[in-house]
Design a binder for this molecule. Structure first.
Ligand code: SF4
Length: 486
């Protein structure tokens, strides 16, 4: 455990994130711990100076005290305190994380922040590189993404995106930290669908009152195709009737063992243009190991079935650094991706969250099959980027997660014209998202992203069913929070 003695305890959680860039999933405390990191701040003579010391080494950052609003000053303070700690950690470990001192999940935000301040794209890329010690390679990736997002990043102010969550899966994957669970005997499906239909109906009235229209719809999970075809049809039909005019509909068909011709025809006939068929890996051994009850061949068959029925916008998710895999296993997955040629590919770096079964298997129960090293994970991610860009896919959105293998990133790649609007809007927070279903979080933007308010639905499925009206009332309070008294 690491103990922090700091003049800036208000940034405790951010400082913990910086430590985890170097030491992985380490525990951090303000009161106890065998390794001590000590920080002092002075703000004299118009100069801000932060000094960190540990294990006989020290590092400091100093700058003229800036001016600005309270919020801006807090942001500058946080960056400097974190930056000084980052410098010390680099000294102590000899490491340089690929994303430098950045710990947030949306690095593109810093790029756009620079551009909004008047920098060109190239200048903003350089600023991210120099100010946050981001590697040239990652900074260039941000630049490529901004180019792909150009013209489609923002939605008209009277548009919103819709998320519908179906929190059921056939079986639970070992790396899943998702709170709901296996579909079991299906007893909750019907009541859940009924609750969802009620939430759709009540939310329709809310959006009409607000004068907002749908831009892009996204049905995720869980695995939406895990529920019976008729139930999924009812949900989609109700949503499309309540919120007409979407320019994009995506349904995650996720696990290939939940896909059949009847469901695909239903989706196609309802105008769902984009689906996800997710292999994660094409190694059957790994699939078994991570608890996915399908084979690589089943993924291939589901994909061909979707193509034969006319789907021309298919996404595939793959994961780098799955337990027990080496670079050659991952290269085999990329071989299959190239052969199948989906319209978009999302490359995830495995994130081992504490609530997942895999976390327990690897850390508590002992590790029988080997966790991929930082270098191994980085090699896989670099390989995916090289091969996918050489194959004509372009990076179009990116996000990072905590506990991610090698401190890397998740990147969505797409063929020209196949970038998913919902993914961009959701990741860049450039459009309000009305979110329905258990655990879904509505995010409402005010003043073009200067203020974002959230209205979370309860996670537990039974509670959601019992309290659906209250979930819509939560949304009402947020959506109309610019008009007190509603
Ligand atoms: S398919 Fe996705 S949501 Fe379902 S158990 Fe696996 S990782 Fe979790």
């Amino acid at each position: 455990m690491i103990r922090l003695i700091t003049d800036a305890p208000e940034f405790f959680s951010d400082l913990g994130d910086v430590l985890r860039l170097f030491y992985g999933d380490v525990q951090v405390s303000l009161t106890e711990g065998e390794t001590v990191f000590e920080h002092h701040f002075t703000g004299e003579n118009g100069q801000w100076t932060d000094v960190w010391a540990s294990q006989g080494q020290s590092a400091s950052l100093s700058r003229p005290a800036p001016t600005g609003t309270d919020l801006e000053l807090k942001r500058y303070r946080k960056r400097q305190v974190k930056g000084a700690l980052y410098e010390l950690l680099k000294k102590l470990t000899g490491m340089r994380p690929p994303w430098g001192s950045l710990t947030g999940i949306r690095p593109t935000r810093l790029l756009y922040e620079g551009m909004e301040a008047g920098l060109t794209l190239e200048e903003a890329v350089r600023r991210v590189e120099t100010e946050f010690d981001v590697s040239a390679d990652r900074a260039a990736l941000l630049g490529d993404i901004a180019r792909m997002q150009s013209g489609i990043r923002e939605a008209a102010p009277d548009r919103f995106d819709l998320y519908i969550g179906i929190p059921f899966c056939k079986t639970r994957c070992s790396y899943c930290s998702f709170s709901a669970g296996e579909i079991g005997n299906g007893r909750l499906v019907k009541p859940y669908v009924d609750a969802l239909l009620r939430e759709i109906e009540l939310s329709k009235a809310l959006m009409e009152e607000k004068g907002m229209r749908l831009r892009a719809g996204y049905v995720g999970g869980g695995t939406p195709t895990a529920i019976p075809c008729d139930d999924l049809r009812r949900i989609l039909k109700a949503a499309q009737a309540a919120f007409p005019g979407a320019v994009e509909w995506t349904v995650e068909a996720g696990r290939p063992d939940t896909i059949d011709e009847e469901k695909l025809r239903m989706l196609r006939d309802l105008g769902v243009g984009r689906i996800s068929v997710n292999p994660q890996t094409f190694s059957d051994e790994t699939l078994r190991r991570i608890g996915r009850a399908h084979t690589g061949q089943e993924t291939i068959e589901a994909y061909h079935l979707a193509r034969s029925l006319g789907f021309d916008d298919i996404n595939m998710d793959i994961i780098a650094a799955l337990p027990g895999e080496d670079v050659s296993d991952f290269a085999h997955t990329l071989d299959e991706i190239e052969r199948l040629a989906p319209d978009s590919v999302t490359v995830h770096s495995l994130a081992i969250k504490r609530s997942s079964r895999l976390h327990e298997q690897l850390t508590v129960a002992g590790n029988g099959y080997g966790q991929v090293t930082r270098d191994g994970a980085a090699e896989m991610i670099a390989l995916a980027r090289r091969r996918l860009t050489a194959g004509g896919w372009r990076p179009y959105y990116l996000y990072r997660q905590k506990y991610m293998a090698g401190n890397l990133e998740n990147v969505g790649y797409a063929r020209p014209g196949k970038a998913c609007l919902y993914n961009i809007g959701n990741m860049e927070e450039t459009v309000s998202v009305l979110a329905l279903g258990a655990g879904a979080i509505t995010k409402w933007l005010f003043d073009r992203t200067l203020r974002i308010e959230r209205a979370p639905n309860v996670h537990n499925i039974e509670e959601y069913i019992a309290r659906v009206d209250e979930m819509v009332q939560r949304k009402r309070e947020v959506v109309f929070s610019d008009k007190p008294g509603r």
